[in-house]
Design a binder for this molecule. Sequence first.
Ligand SMILES: NC(=O)c1ccc[n+]([C@@H]2O[C@H](COP(=O)([O-])OP(=O)(O)OC[C@H]3O[C@@H](n4cnc5c(N)ncnc54)[C@H](OP(=O)(O)O)[C@@H]3O)[C@@H](O)[C@H]2O)c1
Length: 286
Amino acid sequence: MIAVIGSQGLLGRHVMAHLVRSGYTVVTSSHRPGADVCIDLREPVKPFPFRFRNVSWAVLCSAISGLDQCARDVAGSYRFNVVHTIEFIEQLFHHHVVPIFCSSDLVFAGISGNYAEHDPRNPSTEYGRQKKIVEDYLLGQDRPWIILRLSKLYATTPDDRSPIGDTVRRLQYGERVRCAVDQMITPTYVQDVARIIEWCIRTNRRGCYHVAGPQSMTRYELGLKIAKRLQAEARIERCSIAELNLSEIRPLNNTLDTHKLRSDYDGSLTTLDECLSEILQLPVER
Ligand SMILES: NC(=O)c1ccc[n+]([C@@H]2O[C@H](COP(=O)([O-])OP(=O)(O)OC[C@H]3O[C@@H](n4cnc5c(N)ncnc54)[C@H](OP(=O)(O)O)[C@@H]3O)[C@@H](O)[C@H]2O)c1
């Protein structure tokens, strides 16, 4: 039995649906109504949910995942993303459950890019620092765990809130979109991550994997790629990331080296080009 923690978020929804389709018995948790178990990581998880008694793997999708929210509310996000998350993982270990922790490319400094699994981590954002602390906790354990460091996720559904979905919506509303020429992004199809998580479980993986889509580009190149399909290139405006006045200085290049995944994984990763027609509801470009 597999537990999906945070089953109503972007990744959680896709993981849950994919595991069910693949024939696994899944028990879901959410802080919202509609899941098997209510888990709200703003508070400590106590007692350990009875419904998890036959669980062997838990996919931890829950997080305060907004960089701005983590920077604005350092104490609150730290309690959720670090304190209560580690306490919950300790309970999982105690019940012989293997945690699959969804970490981020933001554990790296974001200077050189193309980071490999063993490269030193030196996060520059509060969110990245919080992910690193949970990673450090797992790295110090002699019990089995998986860390997946993810790049920017997107979905092909109209409610996608990623920079891809946002850019599509704004261009379709006739707005101009400012896109940084100095920040790299690696769009990663959420459905691929769900498949990789199923593969981790099926093949009994352990350790850390970098998970990122096959194409990295600047935010500006991403904007142009989408705008070109909508014939709206003139509405993409060049800027630097610093000009966007975000709550924290953003790292510029957190791209991940995915060699380890590509040599072990038996599936393939989808390019944004392959998904764009579906996202834009346009005929497939050949
Ligand atoms: N999206 C990305 O681009 C990206 C990139 C790198 C890493 N990640 C990591 O991947 C994981 C999944 O990301 P996501 O994009 O799916 O997240 P998301 O859409 O921002 O959703 C937030 C997640 O946290 C859960 N959650 C929210 N409030 C909660 C609460 N009070 N108590 C317990 N759970 C709560 C949500 O599940 P419920 O609403 O069901 O409780 C959901 O799973 C996160 O750990 C994130 O940091 C994401």
